[in-house]
Design a protein around this ligand. Structure first.
Ligand SMILES: Cc1cc2nc3c(=O)[nH]c(=O)nc-3n(C[C@H](O)[C@H](O)[C@H](O)COP(=O)(O)OP(=O)(O)OC[C@H]3O[C@@H](n4cnc5c(N)ncnc54)[C@H](O)[C@@H]3O)c2cc1C
Length: 463
């Protein structure tokens, strides 16, 4: 019987296992499935913690509902009745110490029409006029590999990009807009420009699909995202799952692979799926031919601080779900989510739960990186006081640090992946790289990637 080993129990690795087991069963194939996960728990960057009636996602907090891979997986796992959706509400941008609502009919701060543009309190009249040039500039000197920052500035002007779009978009994609490609962020914008001659006209033509997705945009589960992993693990009854075990070396051995585990054991595999962050994969393979491509892949960092309060949820504006920080403020955070307002299930007693974000592009990030937890709590409490006027002692705090683990798809990303794939195909048949370091950061894309890899393997496993 052929053995497949999946390394890494994040969403990519677990989706790969789910689809390997499911499709193999459907095709009547007998394969031996093993997953090796370094952590004591499955989930990777999806980590749920519960404390004193609060549920905290200390990594990812939501799954984008409209991705085509999401609903089928939830149905296959019989989790539909456990799904919860985000509360709808206004997101704000904090600029010059004032909260400005991001206009309602906008996508990542990009107005979908002139009416939305008119309601912006962030832009000057001149800035608004510049955006209308979108309707008249029709030449397209851009491709999917062009910088999304340059693209947006070309059609909409620099003011809206700086004040209204960059704070939102660089928050989601963890990077400088001028160094992120259109293809890796919002490829449909280029399509709109080609098809409709204008971004706003493109949004107008696709308004229905955006409106349909305006509510029930993000998904979680009654007991948080961990529920997804608990159910996946429970259903993988034919597989071996090793937790708290790291793969230290991965070597080709004739037509198979030998995995060295930190427990001292060795595992031999016919097929391997490597879903760890790329630095871990690079170390395991330890192959100079791969180093230039691995080294070209960039990562960012983030520190998040939860503060739980014995205050009613209604302490904060009724319509709001949080803010993103722009320029001219006296706070240090990059963003703040009013978690208990965005997600009802996270606070059993209707008490206030707030999450502060500190990102690598923060001018003080290196300082924060060196700080003790006590010092970080001080920074976070100061920010809460200045931005939301809450001075009360929190019931508790929870800090999580993700250092050099957030993939950033810069302008070199695609080329680096192509080079990596070429060497992998030549030197490592039946070994697949998968996951957020390479093929998309969003959870939906990771699920899709896992499914694709499972299908590829099942196509070549001898019957
Ligand atoms: C703070 C934060 C917020 C985010 N918010 C969102 C969000 O709201 N929505 C969204 O769609 N995405 C979000 N993301 C991104 C998303 O969470 C990730 O892209 C996705 O979970 C990555 O899944 P993965 O399986 O590819 O990798 P990972 O989750 O990194 O899993 C890789 C696994 O490999 C294991 N591993 C590493 N080395 C070894 C080894 N040597 N041997 C064995 N195992 C090893 C790790 O322990 C880990 O479990 C967020 C990420 C972070 C950090």
């Amino acid at each position: 019987m052929k053995r497949v080993v999946v390394i890494g129990g994040g969403i990519t690795g677990m989706s790969t296992m789910h689809y390997l087991q499911r499709q193999a069963q459907q095709q009547g194939l007998d394969i031996d499935l093993t997953l090796v996960e370094k952590g004591e728990k499955l989930g990777g960057k999806m980590v749920t913690r519960e404390k004193e009636g609060f549920i905290m996602e200390v990594g990812a907090d939501s799954i984008v509902a409209r991705h085509t891979s999401v609903k089928p997986l939830i149905e296959e796992l019989d989790l539909t009745d456990r799904v919860v959706y985000n509360g709808t509400g206004v997101s704000y941008i904090l600029r010059d110490n004032e909260l400005h609502a991001i206009p309602v009919e906008s996508v990542f701060g990009i107005p979908m029409n002139k009416e939305s543009l008119a309601t912006s309190t962030l832009l000057s009249e001149e800035g608004k006029r510049a955006v209308e040039k979108d309707l008249t500039i029709t030449d397209i000197p851009f491709t999917n590999e062009s910088s999304v920052g340059e693209f947006l500035t070309y059609y909409l002007g620099s003011e809206i990009v700086e004040k209204q779009i960059a704070p939102v978009l660089s928050g989601v994609y963890s990077g400088d807009l001028n160094k992120l490609t259109i293809g890796a962020t919002l490829p449909y914008l280029l399509q709109y420009k080609k098809e409709f001659g204008s971004l706003m006209k493109g949004f107008e033509a696709n308004k229905e699909s955006f409106q349909k997705n305006a509510t029930k945009k993000f998904i979680s589960f009654e007991n948080g995202l961990a529920e997804l992993f608990d159910r996946m693990e429970e259903r993988l009854h034919q597989a071996t799952i090793l937790k708290g075990v790291s793969v230290t070396k991965l070597k080709k051995q004739d037509s198979q692979y030998m995995l060295q585990l930190d427990s001292g054991e060795k595992v031999v595999a016919d097929y391997v799926v490597l879903t760890t962050p790329h630095r871990a994969a690079q170390q395991m393979l330890s192959n100079e031919a791969l180093n230039p491509s691995f080294d070209a892949l960039q990562t960012g960092s983030i520190i998040t601080v939860y503060l739980a309060y014995d205050l009613p949820n209604e302490t904060l504006p009724a319509d709001g779900t949080g803010f993103i920080v722009s320029k001219g403020n006296n706070v240090d955070c990059n963003a703040c989510t009013w978690t208990s307002k965005k997600w009802q299930h996270t606070s059993k007693n209707n008490q206030l739960l707030i999450r502060m974000f500190y990102k690598k592009n923060n001018p003080r990030f290196e300082e924060f990186r060196q700080m003790s937890d006590e010092e970080l709590v001080e920074v976070a409490r100061n920010d809460v006081k200045k931005s939301l006027n809450i001075e009360q002692q929190p019931l508790f705090v929870d800090i999580e640090k993700w250092f050099d683990l957030m993939p950033i798809y810069n302008l070199q990303h695609k080329q680096a992946i192509e080079q990596l794939e070429t060497v992998m195909e030549q030197q490592y048949p039946n070994l697949y790289l998968a996951g957020s370091s390479y093929y998309g950061v969003g959870i939906g894309l990771c699920i899709e990637n896992g499914k694709q890899v499972a299908n590829k393997i099942l196509e070549v496993v001898p019957v």
